[in-house]
Design a binder for this molecule. Structure first.
Ligand SMILES: [Zn+2]
Length: 285
């Protein structure tokens, strides 16, 4: 099984969205400078002997040209969404949309579901958690729910494959994990690469404590996704901003669950939008 990381460009937004209270006015500094940050948008192409799987479909190429609601684009700009569209990013790693046998949507927010139109009218299964699909329609078609769903992303003639379990065997070595919090139906994945992790001596505590880097040698991969936008959300217990949390307590529980799996499987954890990590994994996981 091979994992290819697809570069879908950068979202530009206030860092406070990802790290709650990162910049705040305090008595000794009443007018601090906000930090406008860049966040990576990526998809995975899992080339598995049983199927070629696309993990998420990224932002719609017209995100900047009206596909995303203006207030949302103002807060979360994605100026290279067209330049880094799905076909281009797949082409970078030697694949085309027609090679994809199966799509998994971690969730249906607009920076993850914007390429689903490629599968409109096809029989390519699109895996989604029931709670996500329900919440996406509720959000996009009513004033309830949250704003980051665009009906035009997912309201297509798709071959939805709705899963309901907390853990779902997708393919040999690929297990889907229900990780509610950021959204009600967020999915992550545990990818086990047979033989490789056993052949490798487990890391010493010193390696494990290394702030960034050495854990990227681990062969098993935990796709945490938007449970943790950044490393700091996962490793330092830094909460994401309230607007990115449908259920903050559920998100904490999902992080606890992932940390348990990380230890059990000696896995490398992949965060949702961490540009620094992305720069290191973009050439392959
Ligand atoms: Zn996201």
């Amino acid at each position: 099984m091979e994992l290819h990381v697809l570069d879908r460009g950068r979202i530009h937004a206030d860092l406070n969205f990802a790290l709650d209270g990162e910049v705040a006015a305090v008595h000794s500094n009443r007018d601090p400078d906000l930090e406008y940050a860049e966040f990576a948008v990526w998809n995975l192409l899992i080339d598995h002997p049983e199927a070629t799987v696309l993990w998420d479909t990224g932002s719609h190429p017209d995100a900047a040209d009206g596909h995303w609601p203006a207030p949302l684009y103002e807060a979360f700009a994605h100026p290279d969404a067209e330049e880094r569209d799905l076909e281009t990013a797949l082409g970078d790693v030697g694949y085309g949309v027609e090679d994809v046998d199966l799509v998994v949507q971690s969730h249906l927010h607009l920076d993850h579901a914007g390429g689903l139109y490629h599968f409109d009218g096809t029989d390519v299964p699109v895996v989604v958690h029931r709670r996500e699909l329900e919440h996406a329609y509720l959000s996009a078609k009513s004033t309830a729910g949250d704003d980051a769903y665009v009906a035009a992303d997912f309201d297509h003639d798709l071959n939805w494959r709705v899963i309901e379990q907390d853990r779902h065997h997708l393919l040999d070595g690929v297990e889907l994990l229900h990780l509610p919090g950021h959204t009600p139906g967020l999915l992550g994945a545990l990818v086990e690469r047979e033989g490789r992790s056993e052949a490798r001596p487990s890391e010493s505590r010193a390696e494990r404590d290394d702030p960034r880097g050495t854990r990227d040698d681990a062969e098993n991969v935990l796709v945490a996704g938007d449970v943790a936008f950044l490393k700091e959300n996962y490793e330092d217990g830094r909460s994401m901003g309230a607007s990115l949390l449908y259920d903050s307590r559920a998100n904490e529980a999902s992080i606890d669950f992932l940390q348990d799996l990380e230890r059990r499987y000696d896995a490398r954890v992949v965060y949702g939008h961490d540009l620094e990590q992305f720069e290191r994994i973009r050439d392959g996981l």
